[in-house]
Design a protein around this ligand. Structure first.
Ligand SMILES: NC(=O)c1ccc[n+]([C@@H]2O[C@H](COP(=O)([O-])OP(=O)(O)OC[C@H]3O[C@@H](n4cnc5c(N)ncnc54)[C@H](OP(=O)(O)O)[C@@H]3O)[C@@H](O)[C@H]2O)c1
Length: 310
């Protein structure tokens, strides 16, 4: 990590300093876009690709020195820790690296947040649950079925043990616009427009989350510094197939190109939870920004695609 020159706080007494890791990812890109409009001082931790806003800070989660120095140098009021190894099958194949990135780095950052008295927000996943029964609430016990879920759950435990003030945010199937990452509805739209048949799971259920809605909820818990575990996800439990069907109906695309398949037909390296939908009633009650239904989230997403400049 290169040495950083931070802004003089005396000039901006009411602003907060945010350090965001994973600022170039699907969720991080939107959070950086939204946070930079708040007038706060934003440090955008990046790995390989450069962030689109904030003050860029290069950060390698497997480099212990980076983990030790970044918080000391920036002295953030809030750390938003999004960076992770998110490819579920790769995590299964490279368990040691996945644990280093998703668990050990989280533990080190949590310790540093505590030393600096920063508020620590950890973005975790619906994959901490086994998916035997859906609509899990924050008080249900995690029981991951693959190494990605396990390494993220161990990250959650590290946050609870090491950070002094923390919030753990679990989300599910985020969808939004990103230059590289194609979220599920986008994949459906592209294929149906090109009149390609696609196989879609009828028996995998999640709580798809519109990324700008998630970003606003994450920023709210961070700025209000609300402590505890929160399910910040979409308000609808839906199967992949029904989601694809809804996308096709909204855009008047040919739903006959959607071919039904089920989890047992797919040869994944890592096992997937069958129903990792989340109960979002706690967040809906406490937050001003409410979790959106899939209908509303998709409508916003489709509008965003329509008006996106090329
Ligand atoms: N996507 C999902 O389906 C999903 C669902 C539930 C929860 N989540 C959680 O939400 C968070 C954000 O997810 P996302 O979908 O936005 O992830 P993403 O698009 O895969 O982005 C991951 C981010 O982590 C960074 N990163 C990866 N390895 C790194 C390393 N060794 N050192 C430093 N940075 C590193 C990446 O930087 P580079 O691009 O430069 O490598 C990127 O900015 C993650 O913690 C994830 O577990 C995701």
């Amino acid at each position: 990590m290169k040495r950083l020159c931070t802004l003089n706080r005396g000039l901006y007494p009411n602003t907060m300093k945010f350090l965001v890791t994973g600022s170039t990812g699907l969720i991080g890109t939107q959070i950086i876009k939204d946070l930079t409009k708040t007038g706060n001082e934003i440090y955008a931790g990046y790995h390989e690709s450069k962030p689109l806003g904030g003050i860029p800070v290069q950060l390698e989660l497997t480099n212990n020195e980076d983990m030790l120095n970044i918080v000391k140098e920036i002295q953030p009021d809030v750390i938003l820790h999004l960076a992770a190894m998110t490819n579920v099958d790769r995590c299964e194949k490279e368990k040691k690296l996945a644990s280093q990135i998703n668990t050990i780095a989280t533990k080190m950052l949590s310790e540093q947040s505590s030393n600096n008295n920063s508020f620590f927000v950890y973005v975790s996943t619906d994959y901490v649950f086994d998916g035997e029964h859906g609509l899990k609430s924050e008080s249900d016990a995690p029981n991951p079925v693959n190494h990605y879920g396990y390494s993220k759950y161990q990250g959650e435990l590290a946050v609870q043990n090491k950070a002094s003030r923390w919030c753990i945010v679990r989300t599910s199937t985020p969808f939004g616009i990103h230059d590289i990452k194609k979220s599920f509805p986008y994949f459906v739209i592209e294929n149906l427009k090109e009149r390609k048949e696609i196989n879609i799971l009828t028996d995998q259920y999640t709580s798809p989350t519109y990324v700008p809605n998630l970003s606003r909820m994450v920023i709210e818990v961070s700025t209000r510094q609300i402590q505890g575990i929160f399910h910040l996800a979409g308000a609808s439990r839906i199967s992949r197939y029904d989601l694809a069907l809804l996308v096709s109906e909204k855009l008047h695309l040919d739903k006959n190109l959607l071919k039904q398949t089920c989890i047992n037909d797919i040869k994944w390296i890592a096992k997937r939870p069958r129903d990792s939908s989340l109960d979002v009633s706690k967040s809906a009650k406490i937050l001003k920004e409410k979790p959106l239904s899939i209908e509303a989230g998709l409508d916003y997403f489709i509008d965003e695609i329509r008006y996106k400049p090329n």
